[in-house]
Design a binder for this molecule. Structure first.
Ligand SMILES: [Fe+2]
Ligand SMILES: [Fe+2]
Length: 288
């Protein structure tokens, strides 16, 4: 069975080039997520992992293609890899800009955090084989797509409470994560495909992601003098409590451990179109 056989026939992975004036918003509305510093800094912390994270994903996809052999790749998957790389490169740039705004706002250590992941990324490319890195990348892509699914189906408040243009940036990124959610999974399946490595990749990627978010969120709150007992409890509740982010994400993340799982078992694209009025291109629309 070809690796792309479960891909929706009308799927078009579309790299878009929106621009967002985050500096203007954040200057006048520092706690842009419903005036809540804890949730605002959760998003500031999460997004700060993206620029280097997404470059890691791009490296992994390129190295997986080389290991598989370009000539052995299904032409559709080869095209999807190119579109995936273009999307992630644009995401990385948008999140670099977000980080720059944070640095200018008085969070200078965000630069060091970024440099640390960059060092790890360079090390990993030299020392860790393509199979392992694509397994972690496929898992990380499942996490970002699951985050998108979670905000659509369980926690639309996470979007609705974000002020513009962060709201639009989050929706744009979420839609593109959905569009390319299976690319690295299909590469992993073709390169290795073992259940053991797939599951191990998820455990590593999940723990690493949470650790990075936590250390950045704590720094941002400390820098504002808001690392108080009340906010520590709030952070634990919002992230780990009942109905919190991890609990809401967990059922989607756990689907990854089903032996026959594929990212296109579900399709979230219509919700972006119907609820948020976003343009989702499909192959027939592109051909028309
Ligand atoms: Fe991305
Ligand atoms: Fe992605």
């Amino acid at each position: 069975m070809p690796a792309t056989s479960r891909r929706p026939a009308d799927l078009q992975i579309t790299p878009r080039q929106p621009s967002f004036d985050l500096a203007a918003l954040m200057k006048k509305h520092r706690y842009w997520h419903n005036d809540d510093p804890v949730m605002t800094h959760f998003f500031n912390a999460m997004q700060a992992t993206f620029p280097q994270g997404e470059r890691f994903f791009i490296d992994s996809a390129r190295d997986a293609c080389t290991a598989i052999g370009e000539q052995n790749l299904d032409p559709q998957l080869r095209k999807d890899v190119k579109d995936f790389i273009r999307q992630e490169a644009i995401h990385g740039k948008a999140h670099d800009d977000w980080n720059e705004v944070l640095i200018a706002m008085g969070y200078p250590y965000m630069k060091e955090f970024d440099a640390d992941i960059e060092k790890d990324r360079t090390w990993a490319r030299k020392k860790i084989g393509a199979k392992w890195r694509i397994s972690m990348t496929a898992a990380a892509e499942h996490m970002t797509a699951s985050f998108a699914r979670m905000i659509l189906h369980k926690r639309p408040d996470l979007i609705d409470n974000a002020a513009s243009p962060v709201r639009e940036l989050l929706l744009w990124h979420a839609l593109e994560e959905v569009e390319h959610k299976a690319v690295c999974f299909d590469l992993f399946q073709q390169l290795d495909g073992s259940y053991r490595l797939r599951a191990t990749g998820m455990v590593f990627a999940f723990v690493d992601f949470l650790r990075h978010i936590y250390e950045r969120q704590v720094y941002l709150l400390k820098q504002d003098g808001l690392w108080t007992v009340r906010n520590r409890i709030k952070l634990l509740t919002q992230v780990w409590g009942p109905g919190g982010i991890v609990a809401s994400l967990a059922p989607y993340l756990l689907e990854y451990f089903k032996p026959g799982f594929h990212p296109w078992d579900t399709d979230e694209r219509p919700v972006f179109e119907q609820r948020y009025g976003m343009e989702v291109k499909s192959v027939s629309a592109v051909a028309a």
